[in-house]
Design a protein around this ligand. Structure first.
Ligand code: NAD
Length: 709
């Protein structure tokens, strides 16, 4: 079987790469390209070469299954093929459709010219795996688009279309009929004697660089995520590329890319890809279980979450019936949905036609009798058990027996809702995150009686909606929010003990969180937090405590951004440290007799994030979460935990589980026994580094402590 076909049209040899489905650059493709180039060289009638992909795409990238295996080193390597093309005596034109990402783009960039269809996609996404292009992608792109844009494109991994590529000077021509257009382009170039200088010899744009440009770019990166390695290495390489000779620049970029392959950040991001897939597998739900078909859904409650959930389904092309108890509430929800879509159209992220299609899919009602044609109902009314039970009982009466009844509750007991129906096997939690149409996580929750088919259906639903999906067992807060209370709780305790809101927020943001815990509280409303805490106080054992700071801010009328003051003072959206808030905090500490002291940033980081690891271990211990990877999926996709740190569990293991355990002991002394170390954590931490097994080695099915074995 040939992986690269050779045929000739007039004076043009056409090399067609054939490695379905995505024409990845596996060993036989690299060998095939080498042989086909030999043939083109020997073919006197061929005066130019076109490189094109068979099927739906050009070379979409490297062969992932070869990563880290000896195959990746089998010659010819991509860089050898590139060098050959660079020096090839006949014109070589890449003809691109579909996607040319990573190694695929690097191959196209080595060709003397590029033609593409308008909707082809180009990009260097290596940074998303903690890497950088290793086959000259950054250096070649730099020479085509100049340093400013190269910095932007390579450090973000953003892709761009053929049309954009033409504008940027990456693409030489756009064509409709790819093969015919590329052959014509090559013939024309041969006929007119048009010359294309090899990219690595083009230096015109390098002069656009200035030291200030790189300093500013590094400062921008440092403000967002100072510890990320790959973006800084990319800046170094682009800067070096503006000073070094072409061959030296390629060597430098290659060397830095090899270094990144050995980093924990690369391991974390690679693992993030695999844990998301693993999380879909549920040990007691056979893979042969057929999910129920979902054609139309009902969303009960048209508030913040209900309208976001309705958009999520409409965006996936499913019909939605949105039900609220009054026409006014329904109209508010409808209006919110329309506004959100209108903003997306205005910002250019969707077309007006896509908005119309989505809006047509959402229909509103106040009548349960209109739910005759649905397969799934998702309840998103106020967070009150009595109200939700009533809604479930009504849904049970109003819908066909096959209909799955799901709840978006953040914390209430799924079994108590199931008990309000005659179909507990069909009752399940589908916990979306705000804003539901944007956030990438669906945290499903199984009740005691949820059937395998229902679980399989809501797990498959995540895929339909394009969300990372994990399954939790029914408990207070499930995976995400049960852990969150330890993070926010510790943030408050740190204030009592002497840290300031700015310091804690700064450490959290530098760690990679999208926002600090106090900026977040001010945004969502301190009043909302106080309500949740009122409920929590009722369930807390007598020797446990919560800080009184939120309640005191609330009592002082400080509700957060909406009242102009919370942990900070606001002028519009700009926030400032506020001595009045600091005084309230100091007062709480005085009343409790808490000694105040200074904290280093590292101590704040550990006190904020180690408790997540400890509670995560307890979730594994009691079976709320199946795998450490599931916990990391929840935190990366639902809470903005930096993916390059791998999620709390992966990061905790890297930080040393013994340190996590020791701090847990300290925190238990300070704040109450629920902060104490998990038995599973202690068991794993007891082993010397290297000797013990990590989270990812724990069996998925065995109960509790037997797992540490
Ligand atoms: P919300 O107050 O914005 O909306 C609730 C909606 O339910 C309102 O439109 C209200 O009119 C409607 N409603 C009330 N009683 C009803 C009834 N009997 N029948 C039909 N509709 C009724 O609340 P929200 O923030 O959207 O939260 C909804 C649910 O989602 C809660 O369970 C909440 O815990 C959960 N949740 C919220 C968030 C969040 O960040 N807001 C995140 C995840 C989960």
């Amino acid at each position: 079987m040939s992986f690269v076909d050779y045929d000739r049209e007039g004076a043009v040899a056409v090399l067609t790469i054939r490695n379905p489905p995505v024409n990845s650059l596996a060993v036989p493709v690299r060998m095939g390209l080498d042989a086909a180039l030999d043939r083109a060289l020997a073919d006197d009638a061929a005066r130019a070469v076109v490189l094109i992909g068979a099927g739906r795409t050009f070379v979409s990238g490297a062969e992932i299954s070869e990563f880290g295996t000896p195959k990746a080193r089998v010659e010819p390597l991509l860089t050898m093929i590139q060098r050959r093309i660079d020096a090839f005596p006949k014109l070589v034109v890449a003809a691109v459709h579909g996607t040319a990402l990573g190694g695929g783009f690097e191959l196209a960039l080595a060709c003397h010219a590029r033609v593409a269809v308008a909707d082809a996609r180009f990009g260097l996404p290596e940074v998303n795996l903690g890497l950088m292009p290793g086959a000259g992608g950054g250096q070649r792109l730099l020479r085509l688009v100049g340093p400013a844009l190269a910095l932007e494109l390579v450090t973000t991994g953003k892709s761009f279309s053929g049309e954009d590529g033409l504008r940027l000077g990456v693409i030489d021509a756009l064509v409709d009929d790819l093969r015919a257009g590329a052959v014509r382009f090559a013939e024309e170039a041969v006929r007119t004697g048009r010359r294309f200088a090899p990219i690595m010899e083009r230096g015109e744009r390098l002069g656009e660089a200035s030291p200030a440009m790189f300093a500013e770019f590094r400062a921008r990166l440092a403000a967002k995520a100072p510890d990320r390695l790959a973006p800084f290495a990319i800046v170094d390489a682009i800067e070096a590329g503006c000073k070094l000779s072409g061959p030296e620049a390629l060597v430098y970029e290659k060397q830095r890319s090899m270094e990144l392959k050995e980093t924990d950040q690369h391991r974390a991001l690679k693992r993030a890809f695999f844990i998301e897939r693993a999380a879909r597998k549920i040990p007691d739900v056979p893979e042969t279980t057929v999910p129920q078909p979902i054609r139309r859904v009902a969303v009960i409650g048209a508030g913040t979450m209900g309208s976001g959930i309705a958009m999520t389904f409409a965006n996936a092309g499913l019909g939605v019936t949105l039900l609220d108890h009054s026409p006014e509430a329904l109209a508010r929800g409808r209006h919110a949905i329309e506004q959100t879509y209108a903003r997306s159209v205005a910002s250019g992220s969707i077309t007006a036609a896509a908005m119309d299609t989505a809006l047509e899919l959402v229909r509103g009602t106040t009548d349960y009798d209109d739910l005759g044609d649905i397969d799934l109902a998702i309840e998103a009314v106020f967070e009150r058990l009595d109200l939700k039970r009533e809604v479930f009982a009504r849904l049970d009466r109003a819908t066909a027996r096959h209909v799955i009844l799901a709840t978006n509750t953040s914390s209430l007991d799924i079994d108590a809702l199931a008990a309000a129906t005659s179909r507990p096997d069909k009752v399940v939690g589908t916990h979306f995150f705000a804003p539901a149409h944007k956030m990438k996580l669906l945290e499903n929750v199984r009740g005691a009686k949820t059937s395998a088919e229902t679980i399989a259906t809501v797990m498959a639903l995540g895929r339909t909606l394009g969300k990372a999906t994990a399954l939790a067992r029914n408990c207070d807060g499930f995976i995400g929010n049960r852990m969150l209370q330890y993070y926010t709780g510790q943030a408050e305790f740190l204030l009592e003990q002497g840290a300031t809101p700015e310091q804690v927020d700064r450490v959290a943001v530098a760690f990679g969180m999208p926002m600090g815990p106090f900026a977040m509280r001010d945004l969502t409303g301190i009043d909302v937090g106080v309500l949740v805490r009122q409920a929590r106080r009722l369930t807390l054992a007598s020797q446990e405590r919560l800080s009184d700071i939120p309640e005191r801010l609330f009592a002082a009328g400080r509700l957060g951004q909406k009242s102009g003051a919370g942990y900070y003072r606001y002028e519009g959206k700009a926030k400032f440290a506020d001595p009045a808030a600091l005084e309230i905090i100091a007062q709480v500490a005085r009343e409790r007799g808490i000694a105040r002291r200074d904290f280093s940033d590292a101590e704040i980081r550990d006190r904020l994030f180690f408790p997540l690891v400890n509670e995560g271990a307890k979730l594994l211990e009691d079976g709320t979460a199946l795998r450490a990877g599931d916990i990391d999926v929840v935190w990366i996709n639902g809470y903005g935990f930096p993916a390059y740190r791998g999620g709390p569990m992966f990061w905790g293991e890297l930080s040393g589980l013994a340190a996590v355990r020791d701090l847990a002991r300290e925190l238990a002394d300070e704040n109450g026994p629920r902060w104490g170390p998990s038995a599973l954590l202690c068991e794993l931490a007891r082993k010397a580094p290297g000797e013990g097994r990590g989270w990812d080695d724990l069996p998925v099915t065995a109960p509790a402590l037997a797992r540490a074995g």
